[in-house]
Design a protein around this ligand. Structure first.
Ligand code: SF4
Length: 578
């Protein structure tokens, strides 16, 4: 994994591919690499859809190896949704495959002048780019089916749907799972729109005949992997709850905690929660011949995913995750699991971020465009986005734009990005992360729910302001480092609680890469990434005024605890200062 594939889409005479060594970026992977390239090579004030922006797709440092859980991939760009730097993370097979092909990153840069649509194919012989206009405005599922017909089923795909081609700020990039379904997405922040602006529809990867990446110290690596897997299997969250019920196990938990945003963040509990809980979802999946436990890539041992079939036993979507079920469910007052799974499929097929779409529909409901609880109207609205009607383009521009267009005050966004499934008044540590992460509102950037609600890694009272800044800061630092390894973030539950599992992770990194990192070095690595990202945003024009939650969180109490977000602004300004 020593090369970078650069594709200059704006080269004279047509797109030009260059393979070059990692050079100054050596030692970086995943988020560290995407943020370093964007920070150094993209002018922070450029238009996100201009030739100056880049899309960087980078497997983690351990991807392509036999380390468990190492198949996550990072996508970096200047975000069309937030205007700041973006790292959007996805599961699926492409991370492992791209790493085995020897690439630390693919960089799409420049901008073609023609309106041709391109396909990039990469295998052990190299990379080539061809025009394929027959793919125009195809959904992700049909696009991948075409690639399967053409290249066989030993491939992995990275693609955009119509939303990306239309350059909508909520557009995602899809990554195929082990069954070659485009069901995993780098959704947050609109990276699909940037890929669309480069006119690349799909990148096809084929690692046939290529071996697993080998560690520098095989014996130590093998032992560390064993301890790491044992640690994941024995922890209650990674060994039991997530495999059995998926991430949607959180619906009942957040609802009971009174931090489940309902009816566009009006209240903290939802009467229909049990109908769309992880327990209900898993039972339906099993009953209909789907699967309640499933891994999104080879080497996942937690297997938090699943297969959701319709009433007739046909595939409808992958198991919709907690944040998706919440966004299209409780936030919109919808308690019909089949309709939510359909919305999940439509988002995946059109290539849209499920969180942004659900929150946007909630805002549209608040505006009176459709009624809370009307699932069929929500489905129609997503079709409008996929078809690119004027209304659809407004909705596909996300919650902030939709709130402005329809004159709504309660618009839950930070830096223009929709706030996910945890009310910041009821999980205050996460409120701090939403406000201060360089990514905009993003639960994965510093997942304080772990300590605030699940009591993992200690306990900080979710309803009090004290201790939240330190909690969020530590989690943001740790997350930036984990996002660079290719490890799924869900390993955090086990490594926060079990020192031997944390040590096993460090041993995995050291034995694989030939390093001698300590826990402190990992912290410094995470800090450096965050500093690069914060610095990019400052150069793009961001000030501390953007590190705030919308005003209504400070003035409107949320039931049942009747609390507001009361972490002082001066405290928020200290989060990324060390
Ligand atoms: S735990 Fe879930 S999200 Fe993480 S790698 Fe496994 S299936 Fe994918």
């Amino acid at each position: 994994m020593e090369n970078v594939l650069r594709v200059n889409m704006g080269a004279k005479g047509g797109p030009k591919l260059t393979i070059e060594p990692l050079g100054e970026y050596t030692g970086l992977g995943g988020r560290a690499l995407t943020s370093a390239i964007i920070s150094k090579e993209v002018p922070p004030t450029c238009h996100p859809l201009s030739k100056d922006n880049k899309i960087v797709i980078a497997p983690g440092l351990l991807s392509g190896s036999s380390a468990a859980m190492s198949g996550r991939i990072s996508v970096g760009c200047k975000s069309p949704l937030t205007g700041g730097i973006k790292e959007s993370n996805s599961g699926g097979q492409p991370s492992q495959v791209l790493a085995r092909l020897g690439y630390a990153a693919i960089v799409l840069e420049g901008k073609p002048e023609s309106d041709e649509l391109y396909t990039i194919f990469i295998d052990k012989k190299g990379a080539k780019i061809t025009v394929d206009n027959s793919l125009k405005l195809l959904g992700n599922y049909d696009t991948v089916a075409r690639m399967k017909e053409k290249f066989g089923d030993k491939i992995a795909c990275i693609s955009i749907g119509p939303a990306g081609e239309m350059r909508l700020p909520a557009a995602s990039i899809a990554f195929t799972d082990m069954e070659l379904r485009p069901s995993r997405h780098a959704g947050r922040g609109g990276p699909g729109a940037v890929m669309g602006s480069k006119s690349v529809k799909v990148i096809v990867l084929d690692d046939t005949d290529l071996p697993v990446r080998q560690p520098k110290d095989p014996d130590k690596f093998k032992e560390a992997n064993k301890v790491f897997i044992e640690g994941l299997r024995k922890h209650g969250v990674t060994g039991e709850a997530l495999p059995a019920y998926g991430t949607n196990v959180l619906t009942n938990i957040l609802n009971e905690a009174g931090a489940y945003p309902t009816y566009n963040f009006k209240q903290g509990t939802f009467a229909g929660a049990s109908k769309i809980s992880g327990e209900t979802e898993a039972a339906l999946e099993t009953e209909r011949g789907g699967a309640a436990t499933h891994g999104c890539h080879r080497g996942c041992v937690i297997r938090c995913s699943g297969i959701y079939n319709d009433k007739d036993g046909h595939y409808l979507s992958k198991q919709p995750e907690y944040e998706t079920v919440w966004a299209h469910g409780g936030d919109c007052g919808i308690d019909d699991m089949d309709k939510i799974a359909m919305l999940d499929f439509l988002d995946d097929n059109y290539g849209l971020d499920t969180i942004e779409m659900g929150v946007t529909i909630g805002v549209a409901m608040e505006a009176g465009l459709l009624k809370f609880g009307d699932a069929d109207a929500a489905i129609n609205l997503i079709h409008e986005v996929g078809k690119g009607t004027p209304l659809g383009r407004i909705i596909g521009s996300g919650a902030a734009v939709t709130g402005k267009v329809f004159g709504v005050e309660r618009v839950p966004v930070v830096k223009g990005q929709a706030i996910p499934a945890y009310d910041p008044r009821g999980v205050k540590g996460l409120g701090v992360t939403y406000a201060t992460s360089p990514m905009g509102a993003d639960h994965t950037a510093g997942y304080a729910t772990a300590t605030n609600i699940l009591k993992v890694g200690g306990y900080v009272d979710p309803l009090k302001p004290q201790g939240q800044v330190e909690l969020s800061r530590n989690l943001q630092i740790a997350t930036a480092a984990i996002d660079s390894t290719g490890m799924c973030l869900f390993i955090a539950f086990a490594i926060l609680d079990q020192t031997e599992t944390f040590q096993a992770l460090i041993d995995l990194l050291n034995s694989f890469c030939g390093l001698s990192f300590t826990a402190n070095d990992v912290v410094e690595y995470g800090k450096k990434i965050l500093m690069m990202e914060k610095d990019f945003n400052i150069r793009a024009g961001f000030t501390k005024e953007q590190d705030r939650l919308p005003g209504f969180f400070k003035t409107q109490e949320v039931a049942p605890h009747n609390v507001v977000f009361d972490v002082p602004d001066e405290e928020l300004d200290k989060v990324l200062n060390w």
